[in-house]
Design a protein around this ligand. Structure first.
Ligand SMILES: Cc1cc2nc3c(=O)[nH]c(=O)nc-3n(C[C@H](O)[C@H](O)[C@H](O)COP(=O)(O)OP(=O)(O)OC[C@H]3O[C@@H](n4cnc5c(N)ncnc54)[C@H](O)[C@@H]3O)c2cc1C
Length: 385
């Protein structure tokens, strides 16, 4: 399929970052084509803990989470590879909602707002001319004034990739039923990874873990062997795995996850969500950062499309805002990931954290943002111009 239509914006990838940006641009009357390689609704490898900081923003988009009777998660628990545990309250807390449900809700909202969505279509690469982009996809070429990359962790074709090769990880997810707490997110460590569990909608729990690709390889790339020989050494995980009813035929798996640095703007393309910098799941907040990045970019993009600011001004403002909001959170997430994955250190880490409630709260605060709903970049731009 070929189309000569010139869209205001093409968005490559329809996860939380892409969908939320599309909704905001459509609300402002802009023409948006969102290209998504899968068909909604579908399951995604994610721990499905959504920080409360997004509540007002989602409400502004048109999604009222408070009416959905979702589990409210207010407590955090972690355990070392041998089962030594630690608990703490989450100041802001979060809710449990599956990506199957949340992404689908946002997709339907995007359609209602007039976003054109092409499903089952894979973006392959792009070409830039002086004032527009041509996006090459497996179903044809499409044109736009602005191109936003929101394809998550794996960049296609000539899109910006992580700075250098980092350690490879594999993410694995199940939905399960188990007699567990309603209001707790737990992170259980094991040699070469960690596993999160928390409640989502319909009395189900999301059980999701991240493991170094090398460790899975040592288990003959067999997930059952990995779970039996490595994960179940942690007594908390042994109990969960032996008591749970597993609701999928087989686990959802994503491989080739790395945590390298990316660039939020390159060659005139704007990157949001994981495409701008994959977030270590330990910070528990990749979904928030994906949503928040779209809230930073949307108002300035609208100003650019309305001719109020130039492209260099837009690029600089987004870059500054992105660094201000996310750099330290990404840094803390990566730092925690390092500590959690030194299996011999996890017991020491927990003993150390047990010593001081203020230290624990400080670490949790550093991985969470604050509530937001308005567009902070409009304010920032007023100072900038
Ligand atoms: C194991 C694990 C657990 C996690 N747990 C949590 C958690 O509990 N809480 C939390 O807040 N965050 C968590 N995260 C992080 C969170 O999942 C991500 O940060 C978040 O999904 C990023 O959103 P996104 O929109 O940038 O990307 P995604 O949600 O990955 O969306 C990208 C979209 O682009 C599409 N796509 C990809 N390539 C193409 C292409 N070439 N053409 C067209 N479409 C394409 C994909 O199909 C997908 O729909 C976790 C991550 C992992 C790996």
């Amino acid at each position: 399929m070929q189309t000569e239509k010139m869209y205001d914006c093409i968005i490559a990838g329809g996860g939380l970052a892409g969908l939320s940006l599309a909704i905001q641009l459509a609300d402002a009357g802009k023409s948006v084509l969102l290209i998504e390689k899968k068909t909604y609704p579908y399951h995604k490898v994610c721990g499905e803990y959504l920080s409360m900081e997004n509540k007002d923003f989602l409400l502004r988009l048109g999604i009222d989470l408070s009416r959905m009777n979702l589990p409210q998660i207010r407590n955090f628990m972690m355990s070392s590879v041998t089962g030594k545990s630690l608990k703490e309250k989450l100041d802001l807390g979060g809710i449990g909602i599956s990506r199957f449900t949340l992404d689908h809700l946002m997709y339907q909202l995007a359609l209602n707002k007039g976003v054109e969505v092409m499903q089952e279509t894979q973006v392959l690469s792009y070409a830039r001319s002086s004032d527009s982009f041509t996006v090459q996809a497996n179903k044809g070429n499409f044109h736009s004034r602005i191109l936003v990359a929101s394809f998550g962790k794996l960049a296609p074709g000539n899109f910006n990739k992580a700075d250098k090769l980092q350690e490879n990880w594999v993410g694995i997810k199940y939905h399960i039923r188990i007699d567990g707490p309603d209001d707790q997110i737990a992170l259980h460590t094991f040699i070469g990874g960690y596993c999160g569990i928390s409640k989502i909608e319909d009395e189900k729990y999301c059980l999701c873990y991240l493991v170094k690709a090398d460790v899975l390889k040592q288990c003959g790339n067999s997930i059952p062997t990995l779970e039996q020989t490595i994960l179940m050494r942690n007594p908390h995980l042994r109990e969960i795995f032996s008591q749970a009813e597993f609701l999928f035929d087989k686990p959802k798996v994503i491989s080739n996850i790395t945590f390298g640095k990316h660039k939020p703007v390159l060659d005139g393309v704007f990157y949001v969500g994981d495409a701008a910098g994959t977030i270590a799941p330990l910070s528990g907040n990749g979904m928030s950062m994906a949503l928040r990045a779209s809230s930073l970019l949307a108002p300035a993009l609208i100003q650019y499309l309305d001719g109020q600011i130039s492209l260099p001004q837009l690029e600089e403002a987004y870059l500054n805002d992105w660094n201000r909001h996310f750099q330290s959170r990404i840094h803390t997430g990566n730092w925690l990931q390092y500590w959690f994955c030194q299996s011999w250190l996890t017991g020491f880490f927990i003993s150390f954290m047990r010593l001081s409630a203020s230290l624990r709260r400080n670490v949790i605060r550093r991985t969470h943002g604050e509530m937001y709903s308005c567009a902070p970049m409009i304010i920032a731009l007023h100072f900038y111009l």
